[in-house]
Design a protein around this ligand. Structure first.
Ligand SMILES: [Zn+2]
Ligand SMILES: [Zn+2]
Length: 282
């Protein structure tokens, strides 16, 4: 039980908590704006000096771009950057799926992954969880937004953007919930609303510490649609295409649990957008 969060209270966001969160976000944004005015610009990942509005120094930028280009041939279904892909049908919009997706079904319909979870990307993803690294989370949100906008160019854009909820205890440890601002950036890029559609029903252990089977058990039934969106056939969810934003996707257990909850509430399609795609054993 060591891995479990301390509190077993349901993660229900109250009005006061929401206001405190907004106040905290505003304070952090104001502080960062002042710091950017008085300090020379630095890389949002390694603090090396950068030119003008650049988010990253040339070394970090090159590493991130290499990771992004490695994802170009990722499985269209699960986002896995595996080299063995199978082109299943002839049309231009044909789904290119990995071997694993051919034999396993998922509740989610597709994964858009910005980077492969290796090297410098791991540092970036872990650092961005903490509120003092809000500028890094902003930069990641903008890049994931650009990636999502390119992905949906010429096709139907999702109706709404949401994010995977985390437990309040974990948010307090990190000083905030960075994934909310990443989701907002993605929503802005797609010109769609960002809504907190989901809630955690109970505390869950960190998925990274569990094996594949334990991951599924850990998140089974852990997510549901918030009460305000759970009314029968909520117009925000029923027959809608929902884009869920998260930081890392590994086995897809969380993605399946969340997508299952959204589909139970009537969602027509659930696409996943993650900053990084990890592969077990890599
Ligand atoms: Zn750097
Ligand atoms: Zn796949």
């Amino acid at each position: 039980m060591k891995n479990l969060e301390k509190s077993s209270e349901p993660a229900r966001e109250t009005h006061t908590e929401r206001n405190l969160g907004l106040l905290q976000d505003t304070w952090v944004a104001a502080k960062n704006a002042v710091l950017e005015l008085i300090l020379p610009p630095v890389c949002r990942l390694c603090n090396a000096p950068v030119r003008g509005d650049d988010d990253f120094c040339p070394v970090c930028d090159t590493a991130l771009e290499m990771s992004a280009s490695a994802m170009a041939s990722a499985c269209r279904r699960c986002g896995s950057p595996q080299s063995i892909v199978v082109n299943r049908s002839a049309p231009a919009e044909s789904v290119v799926e990995c071997q694993n997706c051919r034999s396993h079904s998922h509740e989610f319909d597709a994964v858009i992954a910005l980077w492969s979870y290796n090297g410098r990307v791991c540092d970036a993803v872990v650092a961005a969880k903490y509120v003092h690294n809000a500028p890094l989370a902003d930069a990641m949100g903008r890049r994931l937004g650009q990636r999502a906008a390119a992905y949906f160019a010429g096709s139907a854009v999702p109706d709404c953007v949401t994010y995977v909820p985390s437990h309040l205890t974990r948010q307090m440890t990190r000083g905030g919930n960075a994934i909310v601002s990443v989701a907002q950036s993605v929503a802005k890029s797609l010109n769609r609303p960002s809504r907190g559609l989901l809630k955690l029903n109970r505390a869950i252990a960190k998925q990274a510490w569990l094996d594949d089977e334990a991951r599924q058990k850990n998140v089974h039934g852990a997510f549901s649609v918030r009460k305000s969106y759970a009314s029968p056939r909520s117009p925000q969810i029923a027959n809608r295409h929902i884009l869920v934003v998260d930081d890392v996707l590994t086995t897809g257990a969380t993605a399946d649990a969340v997508a299952g909850a959204l589909k139970q509430a009537g969602a027509a399609k659930v696409t996943w957008a993650v900053t990084a795609r990890a592969v077990r054993g890599h």
